[in-house]
Design a binder for this molecule. Structure first.
Ligand code: ADP
Ligand code: MG
Length: 612
């Protein structure tokens, strides 16, 4: 009795894309099937820790590849965990992982599909690039009933009861006529050595009458001597565990000895994963205890701001039967994490000496990495020291805080920054005019995360870290130009405060502006306008708006003029109109919306026309 089940619509869509667009890299299907077989062996090994009898007589765990050039088939078999009916339906017929739906959407927009296939977990379906039909025979550990799953990759699959002696899975590909080369043993041997050498289990090539041949080295890569591991082997292992297709930007392999012993093999990718900022996405390292695979994505081994780091940790000091709950409280795990983070930061420090190379890392992961400045209390300064920022000092290159400190003026007390949406716009913000005048450098911060770490890092190397609106002592400078008369100025401030009482909390005279007549800021210590805007965009905030301050520049000819005309009743309407335009200008410079854009536009056109 066989049952016909349709693929979920998304699977169909994805199959179409996978089959038609990965054409030039067809061989990756083998890597994917071997990788799944290896995962299945890992899972069985883990199950055996608690249920030793689950796979009696199963023999050594291995992966067997059998080509048959007469039938034109290729079979990838393992004696791992196997699948039951439910597994087959849910893993190989629907999109269990939300990632795969993203895959379909993403693929349309972005470049190379090969980079995406592993990332989105469409591994198994790649079999249909070379197969016109796929037949799976599988039996799950601990169950008697075996199952057959057959599909031509068109719109569904058939499932029926079957018989199978041992546990595990056999995946038989009926190759397309064009793909006969995948029965060629020389080619297969080459593919396995190239892409799957690092697999922990023997990969055996079944040559029929000529016997069996183990093709890979089948020893855990991280246990080997560093000197004997090639760059390619490191890379392939990275691709295997990360499901990525890129080359690692950084590889760090070390053995820690002392109070706790462990080996770590860690990688930083050279491309940004699509889900770096998806908070629900599980990240983390693979954990092995004495080369026995324990768990995937162990978040406890890596702080959140380093979530892009891929790799494995193997320790013989942890108990084999460690459970997920135990991982959370285990003091040894915390110690390992501490050790790993220290090594990673040290390695990043070395890498940061090459600016061009380090910039690649920074562009991919900098925004996540900066979270460490407030998240990792113990390493706060180290993380800050490894961060790069745009600054008014150098338009071409990003700066480090140490470089900033080295450039500080002799009497400069603080490190200054301003936050906003765009570096170029920020560089022209009126709030920076006095800084330009005094040649004080300002960091131009445009990531949402910058609003948060700047709150956490009160000082760096003994220097206060301050928003430009909080600068005072550093900013006074001698003014030579004429200033509006004090009495008039007071009246003007009062008039504007009355006029704009619904939009700003205060109107104040400032000594900090040079080119601009006005500028908008907030009360010292309150949430910045940029942060408020970010929160508003996320619908998080309406209630506690910071007190806006409209600063006016008493040296600006426009302000001087207004302060003189405001007493003249005949000119009063015009004075108020100009004041309104000035407030709008201040808002625009801050990236804030203005009350009546068409009024503003009409008036500005008017004034321009009159000036011709
Ligand atoms: P991924 O490996 O990223 O989970 P795949 O498409 O490669 O995605 O595989 C989907 C799922 O099918 C696997 O997670 C696993 O549960 C199941 N699977 C595939 N191949 C095997 C196998 N040889 N043995 C047991 N389960 C398998
Ligand atoms: Mg897979």
């Amino acid at each position: 009795m066989s049952e016909k089940i349709n693929f979920q619509a998304e699977v169909n869509k994805m199959l179409g894309i996978v089959i038609n667009s990965l054409y030039s890299e067809k061989y990756i299907f083998l890597r994917e099937l071997v990788s799944n077989a290896s995962d299945a062996c890992d899972k069985l090994k883990y199950l055996q820790l608690t249920t030793p009898d689950i796979a009696k007589g199963n023999g050594e765990l291995k992966i067997t590849i059998t080509p048959n050039d007469k039938e034109n088939t290729l079979t990838v078999a393992d004696n791992g965990i196997g699948m039951n009916k439910e597994d087959l339906i849910s893993h190989l017929g629907t999109i269990a992982k939300s990632g795969t739906a993203d895959f379909v959407a993403n693929m349309k927009e972005n470049g190379s599909p090969a980079d995406l296939i592993g990332q989105f977990g469409v591994g198994f379906y790649s079999a249909f690039m070379v197969a016109k039909k796929v037949e799976i025979l599988t039996r799950k550990a601990g169950e008697e009933q075996a199952w057959r799953w057959v599909s031509d990759g068109a719109d569904g699959f058939e499932i029926s009861e079957a018989e199978k002696t041992g546990i595990g899975t056999e995946i038989k590909l009926f190759l397309k006529d064009d793909d006969k080369n995948f029965t060629d043993t020389i080619y297969l041997r080459h593919l396995i050595r190239t892409y799957s050498d690092h697999i922990n289990y023997p990969i055996v090539l079944n040559l029929g009458e000529a016997g069996e041949e183990t093709v890979n080295s089948a020893s855990a890569l991280w246990t080997r001597n560093k000197a004997e591991i090639t760059v390619e082997q490191y890379r392939d292992f990275y691709r295997h565990i990360s499901h990525n297709f890129d080359d690692p930007w950084m590889t760090l392999h070390f053995k820690a000895e002392g109070s706790i012993e462990y080996t770590a093999l860690l990688y930083i990718p050279s491309t940004q994963p699509y889900d770096l900022f998806q908070p629900d996405k599980k990240q983390g390292l693979k954990l092995y205890v004495n080369r026995v695979f324990i768990s995937d994505k162990v978040e406890e081994l890596m702080p959140n701001y380093l979530r892009f780091v891929k790799g494995i940790v193997d320790s013989s000091d942890l108990p084999l039967n460690i459970s997920r709950e135990m991982l959370q409280q285990n003091a040894l795990v915390a110690k390992i994490r501490h050790g790993i983070v220290g090594r990673l930061l040290k390695e990043l420090k070395k890498k940061s000496e090459n600016y061009e190379d380090y910039l690649k890392f920074w562009q991919n992961f900098g925004t996540a990495f900066k979270e460490g400045i407030y998240e990792d209390f113990g390493n706060r300064e180290e993380v800050a020291a490894l961060s790069l920022f745009a600054s008014t000092a150098d338009k071409e290159k990003l700066t480090t805080l140490d470089q900033y400190v080295a450039r500080m003026k002799e009497d400069q007390k603080s490190i200054y920054y301003i936050t906003g949406d765009d570096v170029k716009v920020l560089a022209n913000n009126p709030q920076l005019e006095a800084f330009k005048q005094k040649e004080l450098e300002v960091l131009l911060l445009t990531d949402p995360i910058d609003e948060f770490w700047t709150q956490a890092l009160a000082t760096y190397k003994g220097k206060a870290v301050k928003h430009v609106s909080q600068a005072d002592a550093d900013l006074s400078f001698e003014r030579k130009e004429p200033r509006a008369e004090a009495g008039n100025l007071e009246k003007l401030t009062k008039m504007m405060a009355d006029m704009f009482k619904d939009e700003v909390g205060k109107v104040e005279v400032t000594e900090k502006l040079t080119a601009s007549p006005v500028s908008l800021t907030v009360e010292s210590g309150q949430m910045s306008i940029h942060l408020e805007r970010l929160m508003r965009n996320h619908q998080q905030q309406t209630a506690f708006a910071s007190t806006r301050i409209l600063e006016i520049n008493p040296y600006h000819p426009l302000i001087i003029k207004l302060s003189e005309t405001m007493e003249d009743t005949a000119l009063r309407p015009k004075t108020e109109e100009v004041a309104r335009i000035l407030l709008d200008q201040a808002k625009i410079a801050e990236g804030e919306p203005i009350a009546d854009p068409s009024f503003y536009a009409a008036k500005v056109s008017d004034y321009i026309l009159k000036s011709f």
